[in-house]
Each structure stands twice: as C-alpha cells, then as structure tokens.
Design a protein. Structure first.
Length: 229
C-alpha cells in the first residue's frame, strides 16, 4: 500500500552538512523480517500459528553467521537479558505485530557497528589538522561568536552538536567568544580527540557501540514500560 509522507512523522532530517550514510537499519523492516521468520519456522514445525520462543531466538541469534561478535553479543543482551520480546513461551505473528514500535527501534541498535552510525562519527572522519586550520582561519581577525564558529566547523562537515561542545570547551570568557589564542593554547586532548581510527569489528568499535546501545536502552525504557511487553 502507498502511504502519503504527509501522514507519517519525520524519522530523520539531514541538517545540510556532515556525512550522509546508510544510517541505522529500518525498524519496520526488522519487524517484517521477524514476522516472516516466525511464519517460516512455524511452517517447518508443521504449520502451527507460532513457534517456541527459544527456537525463534536461536534462529535469530545465529552463532554460525558472518555477523561480527558484537552483533551476536548485542542480540543476546536484548533478547535473553532484557527480554525485549517479553516472557511469552510461544511467539506468533499477532504477538510480534502487537509490540510497540519502540521495541524494533531498540533492536536496530544491534546493527550500529557502521562507523557512520556512531554518535561521535566526526571524530573519526575529521582530522585534527583540518579542524585546527578551519577554526584558526575563522578566528584570524579576532574572536568569534558561536554562530560564526559553527559556520566554520560545519563547513568541514562537523555537526552542530559537537561544534557547540567544542566552542564551550575552547572559550575562556564564559562561552561568549573563541579566539585564535584559545585555539592555539587548547589542551592537547581537545583536538587530539580527532583523527581516530577504527576497524569494523575490533574491540574499540565494540566499546563505542556499547555507548550507542546504552543510549538506545535509556530511550527505550523511557518510551515503553516493561509491563507493556
């Protein structure tokens, strides 16, 4: 069925700067996959309406798959520890279809190993040298306000969120302005935060993804009470 975009909420808005990527998995696609898997497994078991929860989870968390260890670990946490699908012994299409959207939105965090999904992705694709040069040029003729600072930072694909954080860190007059001297005298760790490297599936990536999942869990708990599952 065709659904007008006017009848749906905005799921993602591109601010006009920064890296454009595939982003997180589509929670509605994840839901559809789960519905189809229940139907397929039930057919294999003789054509019943549902499938035993343990069998369903064993199928979803395929230990022999090519998924990186982080994804498998995240699924174990979501399904076995948090019991995100509830305490049902048998899973049916109707039951999965009745779960709140927040459940499937939370599950997509398990696929967030793509560097572009990292909340601090710019620290990996922006270089220390490039950031310092852009901000030094912006402050060459004198101190600048946050607005001018953000214009320079977003021009090199930085985000407004981290730009504001960086401005407040550098400012030595209470957050009013940032000067060339503020940039020159900044502690090494301020710009040392950039130029990070990553390798999909390595320990560092897994640690960062733990933070992604932590944030998703907090949002999930605020959105859906355990009793609603």
């Amino acid at each position: 069925a065709v659904v007008s975009t006017q009848s749906t909420g905005i799921q993602w808005r591109y601010p006009g700067h920064g890296m454009m990527s595939m982003g997180n998995s589509d929670p509605y696609q994840i839901k559809q996959i789960f519905l189809e898997e229940v139907e397929n497994l039930a057919a294999e078991d003789g054509g019943g309406e549902g499938v035993e929860m343990g069998r369903f989870l064993e199928h979803i968390i395929d230990e022999t798959s090519e998924d990186i260890p982080y994804v498998i670990d995240a699924f174990h946490e979501l399904f076995h520890v948090q019991r995100i699908l509830g305490e049902r012994e048998v899973v049916t299409r109707d039951y999965l279809d009745s779960l709140p959207d927040a459940v499937y939105i939370n599950i997509t965090a398990a696929f967030s190993y793509d560097p572009s999904n990292d909340p601090d992705a710019e620290l990996y694709f922006l270089t220390k040298r490039g950031v310092v040069r852009a901000l030094s040029d912006a402050t060459y003729y004198g101190p600048v306000t946050m607005e001018t600072f953000l214009e320079a930072y977003t021009a090199i694909s930085g985000s407004l969120r981290y730009g504001r954080q960086l401005f407040r860190t550098l400012s030595r007059d209470g957050g009013e302005t940032v000067s060339w001297y503020d940039i020159r005298d900044a502690p090494p760790e301020v710009f040392g935060a950039f130029d990070r490297t990553h390798d999909r599936g390595d320990d560092e990536m897994s640690e960062r993804n733990e933070e992604v999942v932590r944030r998703a869990r907090e949002e999930f708990r605020e959105t859906v009470g355990r009793e609603e599952l």
